[in-house]
Design a protein around this ligand. Sequence first.
Ligand code: TYM
Length: 332
Amino acid sequence: MDGNTVYSAVQPSGNLTIGNYVGSIRNWLALQEDHNCFFAMANMHAITVRQDPAELRRRTLELAALYLACGLDPEKCTLYVQSQVPQHAELMWVLNTVTYVGEMERMTQFKDKSARHADNINMGLMDYPVLMAADILLYQTDLVPVGQDQTQHVEIARDIAVRFNNRFGETFTVPRALIMKQGAKIASLQDPARKMSKSDENPNACVFMTDDRETVLRKFKRAVTDSGSEIRFAPAEKGGISNLLTIYAAFTGKTVEEAEKDFAGKGYGEFKLAVGEAVADGLAPIQAERARILQEKEYLRGVLAAGAERAFKAARKTLSKVYRKVGFYQGE
Ligand code: TYM
């Protein structure tokens, strides 16, 4: 289906937060209905910071189970593990040769991660956006549904695609990011100026997809708000409250305006409890389904094998075209 291909991925590093869910996975559900979707577990990106191998393997399967538990349907979309499709690394190599070191050094996430992992500023960390460009371009992707923090990486993938096409002739579809109006940047519950991140040191800053009800309620109870009393969506002045309204809306399927109306005249305490309950109610069935799927090892293995095969076929087609364009001998 031309003009219709969607690609996105999540790293199986650390526990996923409700930010990952609201900003990405949740938005994929509608897309799988009428688009040709590829959703990966980006384990090759994950090793750019140190990972425990056994844990990485386990988390990869857990992420696959989470995708399915959230409602992604392997009959409707291609779910696969990035490292099982070797063309990602192969295309990355070619794209490396049309990407400049200076561009990579300027990437916000590279600068942040270099600061956080000063003892491990490896080449992979710097090359991370090129691998991401390879992911996206391999499938001739039109749309990349991601959270706000990934927009710069999708922009560079666009730049790389345009540059390659200009140099070698039409090869790649030029992708664009699909950023939802609401929920593209879920903030930390402890510091509304920062994004909710799975690597946050403060355990109260983020809500994990696996948190139990009591933990969820406690974290929302402790969420930082402001000294006012009005429950109103105003991100600049009321970051904490606006973030909670966004989360509430995402988990109840309401709009932010409807959420504001629900809480007109109510106190912050009552509001925070209601947000916590909405999130806990939304997470419970996903958690139960995730646990059930993780028990069904053969089923999960089958889904990932079929996904890898489908992805492989699509990827092979693009890579062969790329190799032809750059003049690689392919045994012909
Ligand atoms: P990752 O694993 O850091 O995050 C996965 C997705 O979750 C979104 N996200 C958020 N959205 C809203 N609020 C937040 N607080 C929040 N935190 C994270 C991210 O924007 C992302 O959409 N490099 C990517 C994975 C990747 C990828 C790709 C994505 C690899 N290849 C190709 C798109 C296309 C990453 O690390 O995402």
